[in-house]
Design a protein around this ligand. Structure first.
Ligand code: C2E
Ligand code: CA
Ligand code: CA
Length: 277
């Protein structure tokens, strides 16, 4: 019995050791990648549900490493957090996004609205607002939305209120990401200067089979409307989901049903060029 237990422990240890080594290696490579600006960004279209037209895009960071291949954001965002690099990553993504908006402004005229993810650690940077204002330069600020998750807003609500207020006063739009998973209430969220609510994809995806999820989604949309907030449904993968959301009065949607996140050139060819013609 004891022997059996020992071998089990051994196997477990080995696996754990491999995991630790892999993580250390990923971390080393990631630090290099961010220093050498080897990260890229992709764009996922956001669609107005009533018209089916493009309203903007969410920017999602990507890391392709020569040795490790494509590393998912959930992994490298975690590494960035551990290494205190989220601030640097955030600035990089903002800088790249602004550069892309400028290019598209010249190519297609008008502006493309872009949503960027903001991590709670970035709120600790006393120069965040100043830095973002500098990076956006002459881009009309209403083209830039910052997404922060409901749970990140709740880490230190006082600090979050202060900084999101500053960002909104500087002209940025504010969206609450993954709404419905963070145990806050819409009434509580009223203290933040929010423009958009992004309904978490877990509700959207359970809607068809689970009447409760559908009820939750309709209720969120109705309450958001009453509070003057616009709603974006995330993770919309089927026509049926889009139909239910449209009927419930959801404003915008994002998900594989419309399109996946993609490189700037492809996004422009598929979504921006046809809109101009
Ligand atoms: P998120 O902000 O909730 O982003 C939405 C995620 O859902 C993205 O995953 C997107 O590719 C995925 N997605 C979009 N449509 C669908 C769909 O129809 N079905 C399913 N199953 N998934 C869909 P991704 O790109 O892997 O990013 C994961 C998370 O990593 C993001 O979640 C965000 O929290 C974080 N992240 C990505 N880029 C950045 C960044 O530049 N900065 C920060 N701070 N976080 C980022
Ligand atoms: Ca997001
Ligand atoms: Ca989300």
């Amino acid at each position: 019995q004891a022997k059996q237990l020992n071998t089990d422990l051994c196997v477990y240890d080995e696996r754990l050791a491999t995991q630790i080594i892999q993580r250390q290696y990923q971390t080393q490579r990631f630090i290099k990648a961010i220093e050498n600006e080897k990260l890229t960004i992709q764009f996922q279209p956001q669609i107005a549900l009533q018209t089916g037209k493009l309203v903007g895009a969410e920017v999602l960071c990507r890391w392709h490493d020569e040795e490790l291949g494509q590393v998912p954001p959930d992994i490298f965002i975690g590494i960035a957090r551990e290494q205190g690099l989220l601030d640097k990553l955030g600035d990089f993504v903002m800088q790249q996004s602004c550069q892309q908006i400028r290019t598209w402004q010249e190519q297609f005229g008008g502006g493309v609205s872009i949503s960027l993810n903001l991590a709670v650690q970035q709120l600790d940077n006393p120069n965040l607002v100043e830095q973002f204002v500098k990076l956006r330069g002459d881009i009309p600020p209403q083209l830039l939305t910052l997404e922060i998750t409901e749970s990140d807003l709740m880490v230190d609500p006082e600090q979050a209120t202060r900084i999101t207020n500053d960002l909104v006063n500087a002209g940025f739009r504010l969206a609450v990401d993954d709404f419905g998973t963070g145990y806050s209430s819409l009434a509580y969220l009223q203290r933040f200067a929010i423009d958009y609510l992004k309904i978490d994809m877990s509700f959207v995806q359970d809607m068809i089979e689970d009447r409760h999820s559908q009820a939750i989604v309709s209720t969120i949309i109705a309450m958001a409307k009453n509070l003057g907030l616009r709603t974006i449904a995330e993770g919309v993968e089927t026509e049926a989901q889009a139909r239910i959301l449209r009927a419930a009065g959801c404003d915008f949607a994002q998900g594989y049903y419309f399109d996946r996140p993609m490189a700037a050139a492809q996004f422009a060819a598929k979504w921006l060029a046809p809109a101009v013609v």
